[in-house]
Design a protein around this ligand. Structure first.
Ligand SMILES: [Zn+2]
Length: 298
């Protein structure tokens, strides 16, 4: 993880046509000029509330983000992967802490329970939204599933794996920590794979709000990877311990899904420290890098 999260400052915009302003305006070309100006104005104001993805990724300032991105609506996923990972013989009651990337729809898909029964059990109104950190009861759970949204809005071409360098955590705690560190866009990774320390299951895959909005990452500034790479963080400090078996299984599954959907070459799946120009030990000295290579070839 980079200290500044890879959010680059505002650079002077490159002039597309240097000679344009030196020519005297020709009356016959006034209409095309007007149309060109209109097109430019539309492009410049492209970060409207209706635009899902900013046309100037990586040129964000805090003011830019507050003015546009905080109100940007999340794009619709082109595909949602729902994969069963656990089955219980008898129905169970589960306590679920709402993560930063959770919605009622996602929670219903995760546990195979209707929104009506969750709302009734938790005395939630029909239009009452869930808040990150809120603890809710999920009744009558028989299955637990991975839910992974996939989008066609950005051409992701790399997958970068990190560790959080903390013993405990989940998407909620990392989101809080990154906001405190000044990442105005919150959680810098696209996915977090839990290690079971915060009440979530070991190996649970969480999507970040950044992924749901398909925004530029804040996990690897080197080689412009924030714009090109999907960032996956495994909770744990792999300088001191190895990732759990369940975390590695989930990582291999996630890499398989993402690599095949975005047609990412296996050589473009790497640990943070393997990125040219990245001076870091991430994802930790004990992280099994050979496992990553094998997983990328599946
Ligand atoms: Zn890292």
């Amino acid at each position: 993880m980079d200290r500044k999260g890879g959010q680059e400052g505002m650079r002077p915009r490159r002039r597309l046509c240097p000679g344009l302003h030196t020519l005297a305006p020709e009356p016959r070309k006034s209409l095309p000029c007007l149309l060109a100006a209109l097109l430019c104005a539309l492009l410049i104001s492209g970060c409207s509330r209706r635009t899902a993805v900013c046309p100037y990724p990586g040129r964000h300032t805090r003011a830019h983000y507050r003015a546009h991105h905080s109100r940007v609506r999340a794009p619709k996923p082109s595909r949602v992967i729902v994969q069963r990972v656990a089955y219980f013989d008898a129905p169970r009651t589960i306590y679920h802490e709402v993560g930063p990337g959770d919605s009622m729809l996602r929670i219903c898909r995760m546990y195979g329970v209707s929104s009506g029964s969750i709302r009734r059990k938790n005395h939630l109104g029909r239009k009452q939204s869930l808040q990150p950190g809120q603890m809710i009861i999920i009744p009558s759970v028989r299955t637990i599933r991975y839910v992974i949204n996939l989008y066609r809005t950005r051409p992701w071409s790399y997958i970068i794996v990190h560790h959080t360098a903390t013993e405990a955590g989940d998407a909620t705690t990392i989101q809080r920590a990154h906001l405190q560190r000044g990442f105005w866009n919150g959680l810098g990774y696209d996915f977090v794979i839990d290690n079971g320390t915060m009440g979530r299951g070991d190996g649970v895959i969480e999507m970040s709000p950044r992924w749901l909005r398909q925004e530029t990452g804040a996990h690897c500034k080197a080689d412009s990877m924030n714009r090109r790479a999907i960032g996956i963080a495994l909770v744990g400090n792999f300088d001191c311990e190895r990732p759990s078996r369940y975390q590695l299984e989930s990582l291999a599954y996630l890499i398989y899904i993402l690599r095949h959907y975005y047609d990412i070459p296996s050589s473009n799946v790497m640990g943070h420290g393997q990125v040219p120009g990245a001076r870091t030990d991430c994802p930790g000295r004990l992280f099994p890098i050979n496992f990553l290579k094998q997983a990328a070839r599946r």
